[in-house]
Write a protein that binds this ligand. Sequence first.
Ligand SMILES: Nc1ncnc2c1ncn2[C@@H]1O[C@H](COP(=O)(O)OP(=O)(O)OP(=O)(O)O)[C@@H](O)[C@H]1O
Ligand SMILES: [Mg+2]
Length: 218
Amino acid sequence: MVLLKLQNISYQSENKSILKNISLKIDAGDYLSIVGPSGSGKSTFLKLCAHLLSPTEGKIIFKGKDFRQYSPIDLRRKIGYCAQTPCLFGDTVEDNLSFPYLIRKEKVNLTRVQTLCSDFNLDFALLKKDVQSLSGGEKQRIALLRTLLFLPEIFLLDEVTSALDVTNTLLVEKVISSLNQKGTTVLWVTHNLEQSRKYANKLLTIENGEIKAEEVLK
Ligand SMILES: Nc1ncnc2c1ncn2[C@@H]1O[C@H](COP(=O)(O)OP(=O)(O)OP(=O)(O)O)[C@@H](O)[C@H]1O
Ligand SMILES: [Mg+2]
């Protein structure tokens, strides 16, 4: 089943053409790695898929319906996005992890938080810490964990292990791959070529705002 379909998508900003005529189908259950040189348009591509930017031309179809027919809240819940630069808010880690529960008017599921902290090799005591005092790698994992508290149908990940050491990178890869095996669709932008081929079934290369290559890996 086609989950996400991009039809002749272009994106222009300040008269600069950033993405040009991109057409692509993503099937439910796909694990798509996205690679390409710096500045080629990978993050812009992901932001369009997350509905954080709207294409200047073309349309995006999610589960047979145009993006514009969904409410923004509905799309936010179905499509999880983790930015290239982790964006934490409030004062403490706890503020960040309780937020997804707060907006759903639900009680924080501490068991879920604890399990994910352990999956990501994060000390549970970190919850009381000021977000300003976290290391880059801690910030990255907290931002990722926040996206995973409620499972979306698609995960859009933008270089989410760029600040991590090898051990923690492997842990994150394992968590994401296991979620993919349980059915979540994954789109992961990475500069790490080994990572791009490890678990993915498809590899997309973007160059100069265009699709340079589409490869089936498995
Ligand atoms: N809002 C914007 N306005 C103008 N130019 C932009 C905007 N956003 C991105 N760009 C430009 O578009 C191009 C693609 O940016 P993008 O962030 O998508 O690249 P990328 O492939 O993710 O790069 P990297 O690997 O360095 O993260 C760059 O030249 C960037 O400067
Ligand atoms: Mg980028």
